[in-house]
Design a protein around this ligand. Sequence first.
Ligand code: BG6
Length: 457
Amino acid sequence: MNSNFLWGGATASYQCEGAWNVDDKAESMWDHYLHENDLENGDVASDHYHHFEEDIKMMKDGGQNAYRFSLSWPRIIKNRAGDINPKGIEFYNKLINCCLKNGITPFVTLYHWDLPQYWQEVGGWLNLDTSCAFAHYAEVCFKAFGDKVKLWTTFNEPKWFTVNGYLIGNYPPAEHDLQHTITCGFNVMYASALAIQKFRQGKFQGQIGIVHSYSPIDGIDDTIETKIAMRNADNYANNWVLDTAALGSFPIDLLAKLSETNDISFMKSDLLKTIAENTVDFLGLNYYARTLVKPYTTGETKMVFNNSGKKGSTQMRIKNWFEQVMDPNSEYTEWDTEIYPKGLEDGLIRAYQKYHLPIFVTENGVGFHENINVSEVKDDYRISFMNDHINALMNAQDKGADVRGYFTWSPFDLYSWMNGVEKRYGLVAVDFSTLKRKPKASYFWYKKIINSNGKLV
Ligand code: BG6
């Protein structure tokens, strides 16, 4: 492992900050949606807003040298006119300074799903004005923090929030509409390109990328039908983000397939040109599991995620595209996530061979129901998960992939979008009633691995 390798953890503003209405922060679409529907929310979450010094000190004491976090757009920009909230800028300056003081490289995501509600009210990502507003917000951040932050990403997981928001209906605005899904996906990739254009035009120092929820695709056999299903699944899950961000164009066979059922004429040539001219410097890949598929040509489309922690409730079958299947020989979590470290090795190699860009593993981790009312949480399952995945990362490096960092999800417990505080991912336990922090066994294990720069896995 190179001595500049980044070892850290990743969080998202909505999932950890709390302080949802403090210091003139505007409402986000998640604040609005969860309050309206009376669902468990992140109003307080891990209260990182008031505990960030303690959290960053904990990272430093745990040997970590990088912290991936997101900025909250509604904390920084007050309204559709684009007015800046000085208190939002002040908060992130304090957080970034605290990182630097502790020898932690800040790795900043501009958007981890907390769209300002004032944009959602006028159509959100279905309205191209939101893409332009995102570019304005990005430029405000580059100007405010660009002297200290050198690693930026535009979006966290365009595929995940687009599909969950507009197709499956799990996330706000909770729609089931393919046309809106396509529009949102396009407008987000355009917004990413516009922000990159601002970054380059402003001659800000550093590098800018995008973060993708990477699920490498495997097939159940070698038949031609399975290969077609694999290509469909890859276009659905990966290529529309990665090809577009890294190569500057949407997969042509995907556009052809979508145009059979939908209107894609809104993808105008000037917008496509901006996308083509503003590709990323690096890729951030979040890896949780691969997708194993088989053909699916008859029967109804069914897309159900396991949001309950009850095994076996996932269903993912898209007619004339693919069906996701479970591997009887694999281990799965209570949320039906396959534990498959080899997928990380395969995925890093495939992504590097296809895009030839530096890669950071920007999220990798595993969520469990955990009892934290013990003297130390002995999360051996998490240690074993991380050990095997870091090992897979190193195998990929040995085979030539240019991987420059690893961020565990998450450095401390935080709010999970669909499971609230019940699904814990952290290396540090957070008692959500007292907000006290306590390292788990995995925290001390990770420190040893980092100190050996990966040699001890
Ligand atoms: C990633 C997201 O897709 O998965 C995180 O970037 C999210 O925001 C993480 O929390 C784990 O998902 P979940 O639903 O189990 O919390």
